[in-house]
Design a protein around this ligand. Structure first.
Ligand SMILES: [Zn+2]
Length: 180
């Protein structure tokens, strides 16, 4: 199955999308047979959003800040319901490498452009698509950032794959064919 994702890069960042996408497809593709396809990428000049003002990064009960509201409005016309954003950092915590909390109905996540960990992008995407929570398994992609990772590449388990495959963001080959 194919998962279409759009990318918005803030001018002033220098992410390595190819690295992040390759790392994500190694895990999502091999474990779940879900392949992430970038439908479009844009660069936008919004210097005021580079250091994103956030109240919190909670999956449940998240308070959407004004700047999150602005960021997650960008790129909604690129051809995917799921948009990944590259920013510099978050005001809420310097150690936060990414965050999947987003305004209702505007699915997406942000990651720091300079993280040395190639699986952060895939991890945040896993919170959005399949709505996967953290689990206490350091071999797993969805482990909390407070644990060091073990046995790279990280894994997605069967339950996580089931949640991902059932997500409405995924396109099956059949539905792509019907749309042609
Ligand atoms: Zn997480």
């Amino acid at each position: 199955m194919i998962l279409p994702v759009a990318i918005v890069t803030l001018a002033g960042t220098g992410p390595d999308l190819r690295r992040d996408l390759d790392a994500a497809n190694l895990i999502w593709g091999n474990d779940c047979e879900v392949w992430i396809e970038i439908v479009d990428t844009i660069v936008v000049n919004r210097p005021e959003l580079l250091v994103l003002s956030q109240e919190d990064c909670r999956g449940v009960g998240h308070v959407v800040s004004d700047e999150e509201d602005e960021l997650f409005a960008i790129g909604r016309d690129l051809g995917s319901d799921v948009v990944g954003y590259y920013i510099q950092s978050s005001s809420s915590s310097d150690s936060l490498l990414g965050c999947a909390a987003h305004p209702p109905g505007r699915r997406g996540f942000w990651v720091r452009h300079d993280t040395t960990l190639d699986f952060v992008w895939a991890h945040e995407l896993g919170h959005v698509v399949g709505d996967n929570p953290h689990i206490p398994d350091s071999d797993n992609l969805m482990h909390s950032g407070s644990l060091p990772s073990t046995n790279l590449p990280l894994d997605l388990n069967e339950e996580q794959c089931r949640r991902i495959v059932n997500d409405p963001a995924l396109l099956s080959v059949e539905s792509i064919a019907l749309n042609l």
